[in-house]
Design a protein around this ligand. Sequence first.
Ligand code: SF4
Length: 106
Amino acid sequence: MSNPAMKHPRNLSGPWYCTDHNDPTGQGCIACQLCYSNAPEFFTSDEEGFAYVHQQPATPEEIQLCQEQLDVCPVNSIGSDGGGPEEQLGEAAAGQAAPPREVSKH
Ligand code: SF4
């Protein structure tokens, strides 16, 4: 599991993050380059090659792309503390939904 207590300091605020390479529990980024090669819109690297999130995903497709990076990260450094993908996709879908209609009670 990623470590939300040891996020890379440059992660953009939001649910998605990379764990700092100094994480004592061993979940820190090892600079394998996978996430920022596969999804450079959302992941990038610092001067030492360690990854952080520089753009939070917003659409279902973007969330899915970030979820794929989470799944392939060899040290489970990528985390999302905004709920699982289903929850986030639900929120994204809810954000696009029309406002609820008033229902009159008779
Ligand atoms: S996939 Fe994981 S280990 Fe590789 S660069 Fe990204 S966060 Fe670091």
